[in-house]
Design a protein around this ligand. Structure first.
Ligand code: PLP
Ligand code: ZN
Length: 415
C-alpha cells in the first residue's frame, strides 16, 4: 500500500507526491503534507495509542514517515504539568505548561521536527544533513544525526549563545558560522540546497520537518484526557509551530478523537523581533520583515517563512499576539523558575511574559484552560541572566564561620 500522505501546495492545492522540495513549482507557494484521513481513520484508536511507548512515534499514523524508518529514538512525550504556582500568580486554576525544556535528546522542541525530517532524509538517500539554525535546531540535528550515523553540517549566525555552539560541536557536527543574521544564513542555505545534494531539514525537507511540530498538539490533547484546551500560547520564530499545533487539533477533531471545539491560538514574540505579532496587532496577515535585536536569539527570525500563515491562524482562531521586551523576558524566566521549578531559555521567557500581558488584558480568562508552550531549556541561555545574581564570598569550612555568616545574613534581611 502506498504511504497515505503527500506534498500539496498551500495555495493552488496542486499535489506533488513525496520529494525533497518545499515550494510549489507552479506558483512558488510553500508545500505542506496532506493526509488521506479516510485511509488512516480506523487504523488506530485511543486505547491502542495508550498502549504504545511514550514517545512521539505513538502518533505514527499522523506523521509522514517512510514505510521503512528507524523510529527508535525516544523523542517527545514531554510532561504537561499543572501550574499551580504560576496559576496563582495569574489567578487561574486551570493553567498548564507543556514542558519541552526537557525534550529528549537535546532539550528543546526542535527534537520533534528533526526526528521526523531525518526519517525522510534517509528515505531520500541524503548522506549529509544540514539546517540553518538559531541554535536549538542545530543541537537537534547534530544529536540525532550522530545517533543515525549521518554526517551533519549546520549553518548558524555567528553571534549565537556559546552553550548552543558547544551543544552542536560535541556530537561531531560541523558548524559553519556566518557573519550575518538568521535571515541571511537561511537565504544562503536555500542557494546551497539548489546546488548540492544535502538534506536541509528546514529548507528542502521543510514540509516533513514541520509535521513533527504537530506532536505538541497531539500530546496536549491526550494529556488533558483527550480534551482540547481553551487557549494555547506559543512562541514564534518562523511561525511554523503555532500553525502545526492548530493543524494537529483539527486532525484530531476530524478523526473524532476529541470533541469539536474552537481553541484560541496566541502567539508570542520578542519585542526586538516581532514581525508576526506586529502584523496581528495591526490587523494584517502580511508580514513586514524586521532586523532582529533581542536576547531571545532562538526566536530571532526577522522574515518568518510561515509568518503569513501564523498570523492567519491566530486571527482565524480568535486569538491574539503579544511580545516581551528583554527585561520582561528575564523577569518571566525567573517568575517561571520561582513558581514552578522550571528553568526555561529566553524563548520560554517570551512566552510567559506574553501570557502575563494576555491575562492582564483579559484576552485569556482565568477560568479557561490554558496551555503555555515552554519550548527550550534555560541551561542553554544562562548568559541572559549574567549579572543577575551576586556571587557571595566563600566561607571557611568551619561551623563558627557559618554561624557568623548566618548572623550577618539575618542582619541583612532585617534591614
Ligand atoms: C524554533 C523555536 C521556536 C519556534 O519555532 P517556529 O516553528 O520556527 O515558529 C520556539 N521555541 C524555541 C525554543 C525554538 O528553538
Ligand atoms: Zn501552487
Amino acid at each position: 500500500m502506498p504511504v497515505p500522505y503527500q506534498l500539496q501546495c498551500r495555495e493552488c492545492r496542486a499535489l506533488w507526491g513525496n520529494q525533497p522540495v518545499s515550494f510549489c513549482q507552479n506558483c512558488f507557494a510553500p508545500l505542506e503534507v496532506t493526509y488521506d484521513l479516510a485511509q488512516i481513520r480506523g487504523q488506530f484508536n485511543k486505547d491502542e495509542i495508550a498502549r504504545r511507548g511514550t514517545t512521539l512515534w505513538r502518533y505514527k499514523e499522523l506523521l509522514p514517515l517512510p514505510e521503512v524508518c528507524d523510529a527508535s529514538l525516544p523523542v517527545g512525550f514531554t510532561p504537561l504539568v499543572k501550574a499551580a504556582g504560576l496559576g496563582d500568580y495569574f489567578r487561574s486554576k486551570s493553567l498548564y505548561l507543556k514542558n519541552d525544556a526537557v525534550c529528549f535528546p537535546s532539550l528543546s522542541f526542535k527534537d520533534r521536527v528533526v526526528a521526523v525530517a531525518l526519517t525522510q532524509a534517509r528515505n531520500f538517500g541524503f548522506e549529509i544533513v544540514s539546517c540553518s539554525s538559531t541554535g536549538n535546531l542545530a543541537n537537534a540535528v547534530a544529536a540525532q544525526a550522530a545517533r543515525l550515523g549521518l554526517k551533519a553540517c549546520v549553518f548558524i549566525p555567528a553571534d549565537l549563545e556559546p552553550a548552543k555552539i558547544v551543544n552542536t560541536q560535541v556530537y561531531g557536527a560541523k558548524i559553519i558560522r556566518i557573519a550575518g543574521n538568521y535571515d541571511q544564513v537561511n537565504r544562503l542555505c536555500s542557494q546551497i540546497a539548489d546546488k548540492h545534494r544535502w538534506g536541509f531539514v528546514n529548507v528542502n525537507l521543510r514540509p516533513y520537518y514541520a509535521e513533527g511540530s504537530k506532536t505538541v498538539g497531539y500530546e496536549i490533547a491526550e494529556q488533558l484526557g483527550w480534551r482540547l484546551p481553551d487557549n494555547v500560547v506559543v512562541p514564534m520564530a518562523g511561525g511554523s509551530l503555532i500553525t502545526k499545533i492548530y493543524k494537529a487539533f483539527n486532525e484530531l477533531m476530524e478523526l473524532g478523537l476529541v470533541e469539536r471545539k474552537n481553541v484560541k491560538l496566541f502567539g508570542a514574540q520578542a519585542t526586538g523581533c516581532s514581525p508576526i505579532s506586529a502584523a496581528v496587532k495591526a490587523g494584517r496577515t502580511e508580514i513586514d520583515p524586521q532586523k532582529p535585536n533581542t536576547i531571545a536569539r532562538s526566536l530571532a527570525i526577522g522574515n518568518p517563512a510561515d509568518g503569513y500563515y501564523a498570523a492567519s491562524t491566530i486571527t482565524g482562531s480568535g486569538g491574539w499576539a503579544e511580545d516581551s521586551s528583554d527585561p520582561e523576558i528575564v523577569d518571566a524566566i525567573m517568575l517561571l523558575a520561582e513558581t514552578e521549578g522550571i528553568f526555561t531559555e529566553t524563548a520560554g521567557g517570551v512566552t510567559v511574559g506574553a501570557a502575563r500581558k494576555l491575562y492582564g488584558q483579559g484576552r485569556i480568562r482565568p477560568e479557561e484552560t490554558t496551555v503555555l508552550c515552554i519550548t527550550g531549556n534555560g541551561l542553554k541561555t544562562t548568559d541572559a541572566l549574567a549579572g543577575r545574581f551576586e556571587e557571595s564570598e566563600p566561607i571557611a569550612p568551619k561551623l563558627a564561620f557559618f554561624e557568623e555568616y548566618l548572623e550577618r545574613e539575618l542582619v541583612k534581611e532585617a534591614k
